[in-house]
Design a protein around this ligand. Structure first.
Ligand SMILES: [Zn+2]
Length: 160
């Protein structure tokens, strides 16, 4: 029997939770629209002490993620508009969609920026059901690689 229920992947992703424990919030302020605090994150997960900025410059990659998310969002609103409102060369419905889509992209930008960081970190850190027992993987600048405190084996799986 698992000690704790495994939180749903998409739920954790969209509620901006830590990838390792899927419980700790990744951002200090739950409100993404307080713009000066949008990207304020604790150094480590308050629940499992997973470091969030894995190495210096780690967040540079999120630019691509945010382009991708904005693109998929636009495709989704375009399809929804096509189905629900329709498109025609006779009127300006297409431009109305463009305007509305641009408006929503701007309004949602703080949340997209946050989600990009979350998606990016989820690419590198996997869920650990035993996060209370195991140590986090840390980046070591001396060896330029990741290691787990206390060794990769032993503390990882006590049954071995
Ligand atoms: Zn965590």
């Amino acid at each position: 029997m698992p000690a704790q229920e495994r939180p749903n992947f998409l739920w954790s992703l969209f509620t901006l939770k830590c990838p390792r424990c899927r419980r700790g919030p990744m951002f200090t302020d739950p409100n993404a629209w307080k713009l000066r605090r949008t990207l304020k994150m604790p150094e480590r997960c308050p629940e499992c002490s997973q470091p969030f900025e894995l190495e210096v410059g780690f967040w540079y990659g999120t630019g691509y993620v945010s382009y991708g998310l904005s693109f998929f969002f636009s495709v989704a609103t375009f399809l929804a508009w096509w189905v629900l409102v329709g498109l025609s060369t006779e009127d300006s419905r297409f431009f109305l969609w463009m305007g509305l889509n641009a408006f929503f992209l701007v309004v949602l930008q703080p949340w997209i920026m946050r989600l990009s960081r979350v998606v990016w970190l989820y690419c590198f850190v996997s869920y650990d059901p035993d996060y209370k027992q195991t140590n986090v993987r840390e980046f070591d600048y001396k060896t330029d690689s990741y290691y787990r405190k206390g060794g990769e084996q032993g503390t990882d799986d006590p049954a071995k």
